[in-house]
Write a protein that binds this ligand. Structure first.
Ligand code: ZN
Length: 269
């Protein structure tokens, strides 16, 4: 996971149809707030228009801002699927624990909110995160549009508001929480960030980099003892290749950039 810079300009469909739909949802809630709070009435996925939050203009703007990568696992989405527009705070209902009850309503007033949307891969969205949205303290949860989400402390890291590197780091191809922090632990668990499918892809890329760094070290020793032209030429070629990796993986558009940046640090240590 790396920081995401979302475009400041909100897509038109969210500012028009999205805003109207949000007003309707809020009015509906206000027509019988007790019934909604007590769970006698609820919003279901049928009450939300995927043609608005998942509109092509929305998806394309997110996809571009995220360099066609999943906001969470950093896989290039178009390689494997069309990709989903995901709600950071679930729109219809949420779970505090993965095996806990689905509590309704969810964050219905954020269904068309630009800052609540991400582009992500179907696995992160549909198999792992789903409705799971735990808070450090569930009693501080915003349960309607009259409450402030700013008082909540979500366990899931928000890559457009926070720097994931403060919470997550890499040990080889596996993500781990920095100093065992609870938000890192929760984020890895909620999103399945160490699932074998991604670990395998990361391992493949990492293996190439590690082998190159090891070769470079060996050639550097050889050059020191026998500074002949052949060794010097090979060392220069390896350095050139590693420079290329550095350049590519310094860019946010590279798949698994967070992990490769960590691996390349070994080059300078
Ligand atoms: Zn993903």
């Amino acid at each position: 996971m790396i920081p995401i810079k979302r475009p400041v300009r909100v897509p038109l469909v969210l500012r028009t149809r999205g805003r109207e739909a949000t007003v309707r949802l809020c009015e509906e809630y206000d027509s019988s707030p007790e019934a909604y709070r007590e769970g006698k009435k609820s919003f279901t996925s049928r009450d939300f228009d995927s043609g608005v939050y998942g509109a092509r203009s929305v998806k394309n703007a997110l996809r571009k801002a995220q360099h066609d990568k999943c906001a969470f696992c950093e896989s290039k989405v178009s390689h494997i699927a069309y990709g989903d527009v995901e709600h950071f705070r679930p729109k219809a209902g949420y779970r505090q624990r993965p095996d806990g009850p689905l509590v309704r309503p969810g964050y219905y007033w954020l269904a068309y909110e630009w800052s609540n949307l991400f582009f992500c891969c179907p696995l992160c969205n549909q198999r792992f995160k789903r409705n799971h949205f735990p808070l450090t303290d569930d009693t501080r949860r915003a349960i309607s549009h009259h409450d402030r989400i700013e008082v909540e402390e979500p366990l899931l890291i928000h890559p457009a508001l926070e720097d994931p590197a403060e919470f997550l780091e890499f040990d080889g191809e596996y993500v781990r929480p920095v100093n065992g922090n609870s938000r890192g632990v929760a984020t890895i668990g909620i999103l399945g960030l160490n699932r074998e499918e991604i670990a395998e892809k990361r391992r493949h890329v990492l293996g190439l980099i590690k082998d190159l760094i090891a070769c470079r070290e060996l050639f550097a020793i050889q050059v020191k003892d026998h500074p002949d032209q052949e060794y010097l030429k090979r060392l220069a070629a390896i350095d050139e290749r590693l420079d290329w990796y550095e350049k590519v993986y310094r860019s946010d558009s590279a798949e698994y950039a967070a992990m490769i940046r960590t691996a390349l640090k070994a080059r300078t240590q």
